[in-house]
Design a protein around this ligand. Structure first.
Ligand code: HEC
Length: 121
């Protein structure tokens, strides 16, 4: 657990250092184009309103509008790229019993989806 914490701090620090070039950080983190394709393929839009994704008008989960500007993910985890990939890969581990299923995303998938979500500001 402490090691994981240290990694989170390092992740936030490296993002903090490049704070005024967030777009570049996002691009380095994952491939937003692949991310949007994964969002379409996995049907995230059946549960979420997602700007830029056709037909994504679901009302099961919260709208993902301005996701890059939110402070928390699901009200419990700080909204960092690192935490977002953790959430996307296993939402049940973060908030047990919530309605978002495990979508079986790989680490790379989660990074690419995160890159797209962080274009929403
Ligand atoms: C079956 C419905 C469902 C599907 C499919 C689904 N989600 Fe969710 N999602 C939810 C629910 C419900 C929550 C709220 C969880 C909570 O707050 O405890 C949520 C929360 C989120 C959040 C946090 C939003 C916030 O405001 O903090 C993100 C980001 C997210 N989902 C992204 C995705 C992505 C990307 C996909 C596709 C890979 C996806 N979801 C698929 C239901 C779904």
């Amino acid at each position: 657990m402490p090691q994981r914490f240290v990694r989170l701090i390092i992740a936030s620090l490296s993002i903090g250092l490049t704070g005024c070039h967030e777009d570049r950080t996002t691009v380095a983190f994952g491939d937003a184009k692949r991310g949007i394709a994964l969002i379409e393929r996995n049907g995230c839009g059946t549960c979420h309103i997602i700007p830029g994704v056709e037909g994504a008008d679901g009302l099961v989960g919260p709208p993902l509008t301005m996701m890059a500007r939110r402070i928390y993910i699901a009200g419990v985890a700080r909204n960092t790229p690192q935490n977002m990939t953790v959430w996307l890969q296993n939402p049940q581990a973060v908030v047990p019993g919530n309605a978002m299923p495990n979508m079986n995303l790989t680490q790379q998938d989660a990074r690419d989806v995160t890159a797209y979500l962080y274009t929403l500001r």
